[in-house]
Design a protein. Structure first.
Length: 186
């Protein structure tokens, strides 16, 4: 099967740009729930197919991988990031201020039928600003859904895409406040 042209162009652009960013913990920085654990899984430019639970790479091509301390600073700063919880299935708590998009990490490729509705939801959440920071997260460093959603956001033209690899597990272990899960964003 031949990959859709948009998928091929997206992968080539990432490779040409050398678009891999990894958050290196600051010396002595505390990390949580294995968010900085290197499973030695290579990054991939295609969406991960099921199963979505399993060790993830340290980086998502084109996105900036962030740790709990980074997310806390980003939320407390003036950047006004859009926090997007992509964990599938209802769960009681999430990072305060997050929107819930449970289908965002699914699909077969960044050019599939799910891409256009996903891009439209992001455009609405960012008021059409491709520079507005987007932070994607799911359960933990062993959840590919936020990785996939980060790739989708980059393919949709967003330029400040952050992957919070540690997800809800790291936020909870850091003893940071959690909030009730909001209704799914459509």
């Amino acid at each position: 099967m031949i990959a859709p042209l948009s998928s091929v162009v997206f992968r080539l652009a990432l490779i040409a740009a050398g678009a891999f960013a990894v958050a290196a913990p600051a010396r002595g920085a505390e990390t949580f729930a294995g968010e900085d654990r290197d499973f030695r899984v290579p990054p991939q430019a295609e969406l991960k197919q099921p199963p979505y639970h399993g060790p993830t790479p340290m980086e998502a091509p084109g996105a900036k991988t962030i740790l709990t301390a980074d997310l806390k600073r980003l939320v407390e700063g003036g950047a006004r990031p859009v926090l997007v919880d992509v964990l599938a299935g209802e769960h009681p708590l999430t990072v305060p201020g997050a929107v819930w998009m449970p289908e965002a990490g699914h699909g077969t490729a960044v050019g599939d039928a799910m891409q256009a509705p996903f891009a439209a939801r992001l455009a609405k959440l960012t008021a059409g600003d491709p520079e507005r920071p987007l932070v994607f997260f799911c359960l933990s460093a062993e959840c590919w859904l936020s990785y996939n959603a980060s790739l989708r956001a980059l393919a949709a033209g967003h330029r400040q895409v952050y992957w919070y690899r540690g997800g809800i597990a790291a936020w909870r272990q850091a003893k940071l406040p959690l909030a009730p899960l909001p209704p799914a964003t459509r």
